[in-house]
Write a protein that binds this ligand. Structure first.
Ligand SMILES: Cc1cc2nc3c(=O)[nH]c(=O)nc-3n(C[C@H](O)[C@H](O)[C@H](O)COP(=O)(O)OP(=O)(O)OC[C@H]3O[C@@H](n4cnc5c(N)ncnc54)[C@H](O)[C@@H]3O)c2cc1C
Length: 558
């Protein structure tokens, strides 16, 4: 029998999306729960994220009259998520459980006082597939005042967003040069933020609002949290997990877990060794995840017999790296740049090779795939002066004036002709010229014959809603012309231990490791190698945390 320094009913490793949800379920069942977080802040990458959860048939859709159902969402997942044999995280049974439990999980959180809502329009990423939903299936948290957390306020990981407001409003601000609606949102949000500050309020949005609200509910319910408490080891007895070894005052500290251990410790985006093994060609320098995302718990679960799968999957997020960006934990996204009018993405041969709209996961996987035959890491965003004048670029305001070191360092290439631009990029001028002329012909006909950019609602949503006739297609013809490198960055890895429909960790032979549950990006995703819609990382983390906790509490899911 193991000897423990202390014992709890349930121990959670990491304070990500599903952790607090699991904690709330266990507390509602009268069990005691300890959450151990390695870093000095709570919330994980989830707190830094957009905080969007993809939950089909959620109560807010019903409230707003947006049609959805289990059957419709199943049809969609069946169409989007391939039936590959090498994705045991995405079995039909797990997909069905996800869809069934998601709305229940949301109803549970609402009953616990966690204030949520939906974004009114955020199309599924493959909305054109059967069962796709153009209005979107997202759930987000309402703006949150972190003062409500009291002594826990300083422990909440901050938001990536400098302003607080509704996420869907914040995303429109970048078009302030183009639309009165955007200017109005900018004014309204700016004034609201200034007043809030003057009144001493500390408003946060997105993932910080979600995790702030979860932390508030969890601490009120009596979930116990400990920061700077890395879990080093899982304790096993006769093949079952019975506790963890963490640290206390710099010494090993053994915590027993009577009902089980839930690992919600993120992925391995900051572990170059694991990347080189599972995702060659990607780099820790291109991730936006938090520093704790180092994968040791995935390896520890493997040591205890867990099967790993989908380890080559990651949620790409296309980035550009202007001088100085290496100092920032969140690198500038270029998603809306290359999906916006007057801009394309080309490989190092000057060829377009994908629909620049669409899912960011597909985009970055597409870059790596292309790179197998033509150098495409990095690729190039090529755009004209109108793009720079109208739209934000690499987190700078619209306009041609950019930091001086952008050109002096060679980051931003600029030239009066496409041929001269190509020469600076080291690309064949004739090839780039051909690509741009072909794209311009497509724009003139309002139809991208090569990659169908703009034919799905999500592509158009990524573009400029004021640009007509197409939100995403605009010619590249007014010099000067510009180019900047694009990298296959990420917002997280997407593979890990294999779990069943109760979120129990499985061995290679399909047997359950008793006492061990896992959720979030520590697991092989229920979405396989696809990203069906906004919130397919945070949503599953919450849902499987909910499912695991119900199972552990003895309330088996149906
Ligand atoms: C800017 C940005 C925006 C994003 N927006 C969205 C979005 O809107 N929707 C969406 O679905 N996804 C989004 N993502 C991706 C998503 O945020 C992550 O994939 C997701 O939050 C991972 O959640 P998790 O619960 O698995 O783990 P996390 O939230 O990362 O939590 C894991 C925690 O475990 C801790 N930990 C690790 N090892 C140990 C250990 N040994 N002992 C103790 N603790 C440990 C870590 O420090 C961390 O705090 C975004 C990501 C970024 C960077």
């Amino acid at each position: 029998m193991s000897e423990f320094d202390e014992e709890r009913d349930f121990v959670v490793v990491g304070s990500g999306g599903g952790s607090m949800c699991a904690g709330l379920v266990l507390r509602a069942a009268g069990r005691d729960v300890l959450v151990l977080e390695k870093t000095d802040l709570l919330g994980g990458t989830t707190a830094r994220s957009g905080g969007v959860m993809w939950i089909p048939d959620n109560p807010f859709m019903r409230r707003d009259g947006v049609e959805d159902s289990f059957d419709k969402a199943s049809e969609y997942l069946d169409a989007v998520v391939d039936n590959r044999e090498d994705q045991p995280g995405a079995t039909p049974e797990r997909r069905a459980t996800y869809l069934r439990e998601g709305p229940k999980m949301i109803a549970f959180l609402l009953a616990q006082g966690v204030e949520l809502d939906r974004a009114s329009y955020w199309p599924d990423y493959y909305d054109e597939y059967p069962g796709g939903c153009e209005a979107g299936r997202t759930v987000v948290a309402k703006v949150f005042d972190t003062r409500e957390l009291g002594e826990w306020q300083s422990k909440l990981r901050p938001s990536f967003a400098p302003l607080a407001g509704r996420l869907e409003d914040l995303m429109k601000i970048g078009y302030f040069k183009r639309s009165w609606l955007s200017r109005w949102i900018m004014l309204k949000t700016g004034v609201a933020n200034v007043f809030a500050r003057l009144l001493g309020r500390r408003l946060v949005t997105a993932g910080a609002a979600l995790q702030g609200r979860m932390l508030l509910a969890a601490t009120r319910a009596g979930v116990e949290f400990r920061v700077e408490s890395p879990v080093r080891e899982l304790i096993t007895e006769d093949g079952a997990v019975t506790g963890v070894v963490t640290e206390r005052d710099g010494k090993p500290w053994r915590v027993g877990a009577r009902l089980g251990v839930l690992v919600n410790a993120g992925g391995f985006a900051h572990n170059q060794r694991m990347r080189d093994t599972y995702q060659p060609g990607t780099s820790v320098k291109w991730t936006n995840t938090v520093s704790g995302d180092t994968g040791e718990m995935i390896e520890e679960m493997q040591r205890c017999g867990a099967a790993l799968a989908q380890m080559d999957a990651f949620v790409g997020y296309q980035l550009t790296l202007p001088p100085g960006s290496e100092k920032h934990e969140v690198k500038p996204s270029i998603q809306r740049t290359t999906a916006g009018p007057h801009c394309i993405l080309v490989d190092q041969g000057g060829e377009r090779y994908m629909n620049e709209g669409g899912s960011y996961m597909a985009y970055c996987l597409g870059m790596l795939e292309r790179n197998k035959t033509v150098p495409a890491v990095p690729s190039w965003a090529v755009f004209d002066s109108r793009h720079l004048e109208k739209y934000m670029f690499a987190s700078t305001m619209p306009g041609r004036r950019k930091p001086a070191d952008w050109t002096s360092s060679g980051y931003l290439k600029a030239a009066d002709t496409i041929a001269a631009l190509a020469a600076q990029m080291g690309v064949d001028p004739a090839a780039l010229q051909r690509t741009v002329e072909r794209f311009n012909r497509f724009v003139a006909n309002n139809r991208d014959e090569d990659f169908q950019r703009g034919e799905r609602a999500y592509d158009r949503w990524l573009g400029d809603f004021t640009h007509k006739p197409s939100e995403t297609l605009g010619t590249i013809e007014q010099g000067p012309f510009y180019a900047a490198q694009v990298f296959p960055g990420d917002v997280g890895t997407y593979g890990g231990v294999v779990t069943d429909a109760q979120a129990r960790v499985l061995r290679g032979d399909g047997s359950v490791i008793p006492g061990l549950y896992a959720t979030g990006v520590s697991t092989a995703s229920v979405m396989g190698y696809k990203y069906p819609g906004a919130g397919c990382s945070v949503g599953p983390s919450f849902v499987w945390g909910y499912v695991a906790a119900q199972h552990a509490a003895g309330q088996k899911t149906a």
